[in-house]
Design a protein around this ligand. Structure first.
Ligand SMILES: Cc1cc2nc3c(=O)[nH]c(=O)nc-3n(C[C@H](O)[C@H](O)[C@H](O)COP(=O)(O)O)c2cc1C
Ligand code: SF4
Length: 689
């Protein structure tokens, strides 16, 4: 084993938090998983793996204290009554097994909670519209409601202690109820909970005191709090009253977990926000309190982490996404294996499940969420099930991941790539504006494969079916990706667009990725609704061309709402001078004009255009798969025992799906079919009436 670099020793110092001590400075801040109270064993296994990977503190997601804070269809954790204790204990036991502390982020939803499961009336500082877009308003809390809320919070804290949590949060940020009490904009009360600063801070102060009184002898009390009031330019905080609030509360909790008002910046995608971006917002906090401080910043570099601690910005390195992409990040630093770190790429695909109420995914870590269900460990894998030789055709994200995992399992692997560069679409797309960090998907895998003597990599090796047979592999995985369609086929035009000429003026993202850019007035038709339409428009606009982005949706990149980047994407395009036409599809183009049809009425309008870029759908490059399958079907000599298509070649999708596909193929090779198709429900029956 390598030695840890002594520069990083400071990261492994224990830190006292009130009555408990964290074994090191690595702190997994609260983050959702889409598992919550619905899937407790999947959740416990996920958190347990993080503790095993060296995180000194591992927190829950937002954990509802009472049925009046019900976020269905998004499954938070919950501590509503004693029947919830068992599920939470599953998690704390897993976390404790590895010497880590477990934290519970007690959550009061307020106007965010529509209570669609419990049908309770939701409450907040005032009667305000539901923040999740549901046609409900909250009840303005009276004094009896506030007293009840304090009791529920206290009871939830006691249950958290019984469940084995070491840290209990007062969660006063992220636009949930407590932040509404703090803000002069939302708090218009005239009683002792509204008006002057002291009054607006009162409920948070009371909850901190209540929690300390209830569990403070055994558990640390943490407060999650915003360092700014929001509203400024990126990187230029508007602190407003925040510093005064801190000064009033500074010594009350045992730990401050600091974030900021703009969630799209706090957990911004790498297109817009880089590592360590919160520092200008919160660098004053440690000068105001003697209590330990944690903040976030998509930290993956141990040097940045050490720098933050040494300069006295933080005591703990907080992480959500870096801990998802690599649950073993602390262990790898500890063991001097920096090259093994699987760095988060800042794509926020992990966050997309939050808006959909479904289990978490990660582009870099295909095992997340599968620790219990499929028994996948991010760092350990079964050794090979046979002496088989495996050929993988295509070194994009699916092919690279399959080669890495098969190599790890000990198979003899041949990886053939048609081009000179490895990485496929990841390499190509990482050259688009803002996406450079996406190359980490390739770099991690190429680095790992490079150390494996049982994986041979052949570049510039475009294989036909005969070549595949000549390799004499027992198994073949075809990972040849997909090609963007030029014919307009997609959601808006299930049969394509009939009137599209001249051919040389019709472009696709593949042309842009290959450096073949359109000229003149360009229409980008985005019927894909994620990032590609917008980044392609940005790339072309950077050359000075007038660009119009046309989408049948009501906003640009509608799906990117789930990754928290939609607002920033549309703002960026508007600032760059890209014209945006929403709720329209492209219905014809003749080299001079584009005909656009209203998505609601079908009414047509014409705009001048010299070229169009079709961002609509992709066609799998599965010709080689079909040819090899045919050889197998007719029994050609030398045909492999099995052929599978993986990644975009099977079904074009997001990069996370391609990595998952490659990973799954490699995990399941030589596994009986009955085990492969098993996807058990995490269904826990509760005997309470
Ligand atoms: C998938 C996901 C879910 C999150 N859920 C929560 C949550 O339940 N409670 C919370 O306080 N913050 C939540 N966050 C925000 C994180 O705690 C953190 O502030 C943010 O991700 C920035 O940290 P990072 O750069 O280390 O990811 C979530 C973040 C992610 C990525
Ligand atoms: S999905 Fe993307 S942003 Fe989220 S942890 Fe994984 S790599 Fe990072």
């Amino acid at each position: 084993m390598n030695e840890r670099d002594s520069r990083y020793d400071i990261l492994f110092e224990p830190v006292k938090i009130g009555p408990v001590t964290a074994k090191n400075r690595f702190y997994q801040v609260p983050h959702c998983t889409g598992l919550g109270w619905l899937r407790p064993r999947m959740l416990a296994a996920l958190r347990g793996v993080k503790a095993e990977g060296g995180w000194g503190v591992v927190c829950t997601e937002y954990c509802s204290i009472h049925p009046t804070s019900d976020d269905l269809p998004f499954p938070s954790a919950s501590l509503w009554d004693d029947t919830d204790i068992k599920a939470n204990t599953l998690m704390t036991e897993k976390v404790h097994e590895h010497g880590a502390l477990a934290g519970a982020e007690l959550w009061i939803g307020g106007a965010r909670a529509a209570n669609l499961l419990t049908r309770e009336v939701s409450m907040d500082v005032d009667s305000m519209p539901n923040h999740a877009g549901n046609p409900y308003q909250t009840r303005a809390m009276d004094k009896a409601d506030i007293r009840a809320l304090r009791r529920w919070h206290r009871e939830a804290a006691l249950r958290a202690k019984t469940a084995g949590f070491d840290i209990v949060y007062v969660y006063a940020t992220h636009h949930y109820m407590l932040s509404h009490f703090l803000s002069p904009e939302t708090n218009s009360r005239t009683d002792e909970y509204g008006g002057c600063l002291e009054n607006r801070v009162r409920l948070i102060r009371e909850l901190i005191e209540d929690t300390k009184d209830a569990v403070g002898h055994a558990c640390a009390v943490a407060v999650r709090f915003s360092a700014d009031d929001g509203g400024g330019e990126d990187g230029v905080p508007v602190h407003g009253e925040r510093r005064d609030m801190f000064e009033m509360l500074a010594e009350l909790p045992d730990l401050w977990d600091i974030n900021i008002a703009d969630y799209s910046y706090e957990m911004g995608v790498s297109r817009f926000v880089k590592e360590g971006a919160l520092e200008p917002y919160m660098d004053f906090v440690k000068s105001v309190t003697s209590k330990p401080v944690v903040t976030v910043g998509r930290f993956t570099s141990p040097d940045s982490m050490v720098d933050q601690v040494r300069r006295g910005i933080v005591d703990f390195i907080g992480a959500a996404r870096p801990s998802i992409a690599d649950p073993f990040l602390p262990k790898k630093i500890e063991e001097g294996r920096l090259e093994d770190i699987r760095e988060c790429i800042g794509c926020n695909v992990c966050y997309s499940g939050d808006g959909k109420g479904v289990p978490i995914l990660c582009t870099q870590n295909p095992t997340v969420g599968e620790e219990w269900r499929r028994g996948w460990h991010p760092e350990r894998i079964e050794t090979r099930g046979s002496e088989a030789k495996v050929l993988i055709v295509g070194a994009g994200p699916a092919g690279l991941e399959a080669a890495r995992v098969l190599g790890e399992r000990g198979y003899a692997v041949v990886l053939a790539e048609a081009g000179r560069a490895l990485g496929g679409r990841v390499t190509a797309e990482s050259r688009l504006p803002g996406l450079s960090e996406w190359a980490r998907v390739r770099d991690y895998r190429v680095q790992q494969i490079g150390r494996m003597t049982n994986v041979e990599v052949y570049r510039e090796s475009k294989l036909a079916a005969d070549d595949v047979l000549a390799v004499a592999a027992d198994h073949v995985a075809i990972a040849t990706g997909a090609t963007w369609r030029r014919d307009g086929f997609g959601r808006f035009h299930p049969a394509g667009i009939a009137d599209l000429t001249p051919e040389e003026r019709i472009f696709t993202p593949d042309d842009i990725l290959a450096g073949r850019l359109p000229e003149g007035r360009v229409v980008v038709f985005d019927d894909d609704h994620y990032y590609m339409g917008a980044v392609v428009a940005e790339r072309i606009r950077a050359e000075g061309a007038p660009v119009t982005l046309v989408t049948p949706e009501d906003k640009v990149g509608a799906w990117s709402t789930y990754t928290g980047e939609q607002m920033r994407t549309q703002r960026r395009l508007l600032e760059l001078g890209v014209e945006i036409v929403t709720a329209h599809g492209l219905s014809a183009f003749d080299g001079r004009e584009a005909v656009l049809a209203c998505a609601y009425t079908g009414r047509e309008r014409r705009i001048a255009a010299d070229s169009v870029v079709m961002v609509t759908a992709r066609r799998p490059n599965d010709g080689l798969y079909r040819a090899v399958s045919e050889c197998m079907a007719v029994g050609v000599e030398g045909a492999p025992g099995s052929v599978r298509r993986i990644g975009d070649c099977e079904a074009p999708a997001i990069i996370a799906a391609a990595v998952y596909s490659g990973h799954r193929y490699a995990r399941e090779l030589d596994m009986p079919e009955s085990d492969r198709s098993r996807v058990p429900h995490d269904r826990v029956f509760d005997e309470t009436p």
